[in-house]
Design a protein around this ligand. Sequence first.
Ligand SMILES: [Zn+2]
Length: 474
Amino acid sequence: MPERGNLLLLGTFIHCKSVQELEYIHNAAVAVDGNGKIVGIERDHQDVEQAKGALLKSLAWSASDVEIHACKPGQFFFPGFIDTHIHASQYPNAGIFGKSTLLDWLETYTFPLESSLKDLAKARRVYTACVRRTLAHGTTMASYFATIDVDATNLLADICLDLGQRAFIGRVCMDNHDISPEYYRDESTEKSLEATLKTVEHIRSIDPTFDMVSPVLTPRFAPTCSAELMTGLSVIQRDMGLPVQTHVSENKKEIELVAQLFPDSKSYTDVYDECGLLTDRTILAHAIHLSEEEASTIARRGSKVSHCPCSNSALTSGVARVRWLWDKGIDVGLGTDMSGGYSPSILEAARQAVLVSRHLAIGLGASAETTPEELERSQLMPEEVLYLGTRGGARCVGLEKRVGGFEVGMDWDAQLIGLGSVDAAGMSEDDEHGNLEVFGWEKWEDIVPKWVYTGDDRNTKKVWVKGRLVHSRA
Ligand SMILES: [Zn+2]
């Protein structure tokens, strides 16, 4: 049984054709069936009416049986964003850092808030707000860290399914009693594994094939986890084929701490590798201060990196080398890392990815191993950061065949973007479009970078996940 009626989308469609290249599809029509799948695309017609007619005819659909969404002037469809690293439980702390860096920020701000979400009414309030807000910014898929609490984590899965956001749901594992605070840690290694399996079972009960929401095994990061726990999680990973997410090499003090806690391991990356956690379904957040050898290990295992530029700047962690990671053959996506990052928006993360790559090109934050040629090549262009936020992210979560672009057979996970325009007298048409104003003479190749630099959620007019309209501004 299809979940809903057929859809027809009309207008301009823009998506990433490759890492460097955007494809502009004009005067086009896209057909989406009741299961949310793209079943037909007609493009480059004289006008959308012609595209619509041709598509209806080829599918033997009648116009009266389909729900139609047509672009107004200045609007275009873009694939939904994928946030490969976000802490739903930290949403209320977005923008609160003090002067802290990673380790004291965790103690002062993060652990107290996360532990308080065992109050389920509070968890429901925080998670509902987080999912609604990220949907409003065009995030159609998010890989979430929740908390250590099973019931609150299960609630996040329920909320994502209910509000229609695709999600990985991670119950946070932390059993190292020397590092995790007494009030916020798993009682023991066994209890941590048991609690993780409870969340897996809950999600299986609400979404048996993990089609929309899937559990993700989530050792918080090496300092809060015993080797036994991480090895136990890798056994579950192999048994069930589940994704894994954690942090790696975010901050120099953190790296020193890992070296003290795991003196027999050659590197931070090797700690995870020795526990069997580096798989082709593993997402590693940050990966800033990696050595050549660590990057080679990550590439060999097929593990992915979530680049979180807002967080890396806000917590003074450093500058991740995206081009260098790409050169090693590692898949990279974008993460907000809220609330290490202050913004729930992947568009903001994309913008910041451009800016921090410029810092790298200037030489700021480059490691001693970075060559002058690498520095010069390190700058990212708007097209490339949009790739990170869509197809790159899809590869990180293993959904590259289903989301991240507009192709027949993929799911309709998309956003409708609207631009403001300036009239002859220099007045804005209205305030609904924020800072993104066009004058009418811009080429599409200029409009997209303008969106990357000046756009925000006011430009995200509608959002669909798997064909379901999950957000609408007007
Ligand atoms: Zn994080």
